[in-house]
Write a protein that binds this ligand. Structure first.
Ligand SMILES: [Zn+2]
Ligand SMILES: [Zn+2]
Length: 184
């Protein structure tokens, strides 16, 4: 079930996503249709990727705007199910859409696809049938894989490669020693 918001609405939907970010970019001040599952899953994506920001280039689209940007007028943006995003890491660099696709797959987005030749922009949506795992540099017509990890040759450890380290303090005979232990 999608929610409807006035074009002036500024509701903060989750920690990092405001309804205004999902507005149609046609320039008319019509309502925003939004599936509440979308900001929820985006928030999970934001945290799993340890983002500094996620920019929504395209969120909800009315039919005429969807057609104006090359869509069919019946795609998932029209139902408030979809966003096109660019994710940024803590250094302010764009995160590869290959990695974004893998993590979005783990989170359970129903439609996921790289959408640009530099592999920095990703379409994600919360459809619940006719799942799509795409790569628009190859085709927009069908899924290119059933597992992005295989398709992009990434392993799960690539996404959690930071070793856990902890600092240890020992006091002996009034002298304090501090060291760092890193898990192998
Ligand atoms: Zn519009
Ligand atoms: Zn899209």
């Amino acid at each position: 079930m999608a929610n409807s918001y006035k074009s002036t609405d500024q509701t903060q939907l989750t920690e990092h996503f405001n309804v205004s970010e999902f507005k149609c970019k046609c320039g008319k001040n019509h309502d925003t249709i939004l599936n509440p599952d979308l900001p929820e899953k985006l928030e999970k994506l934001y945290k799993a990727l340890n983002c500094s920001k996620i920019i929504i280039n395209s969120g909800y689209r009315c039919q005429s705007h969807d057609k104006a940007v090359g869509g069919s007028g019946t795609g998932h943006h029209v139902y408030g199910n979809a966003v096109d995003i660019v994710c940024y890491d803590q250094s302010g660099n764009k995160i590869s859409s290959k990695k974004v696709s893998c993590i979005a797959q783990d989170i359970g987005f129903g439609g996921i696809a790289n959408i640009d030749s530099t592999y920095t922009a990703t379409h994600v949506d919360v459809r619940t049938s006719n799942y799509w795992k795409g790569d628009e540099t190859v085709t927009t017509a069908y899924s290119v894989t059933d597992d992005f990890y295989k398709y992009y040759n990434l392993t799960k450890t690539d996404n959690s490669s930071e070793k856990k380290s902890k600092s240890i303090t020992v006091t002996f005979d009034g002298i304090t020693y501090t060291g760092t232990v890193t898990e192998k």
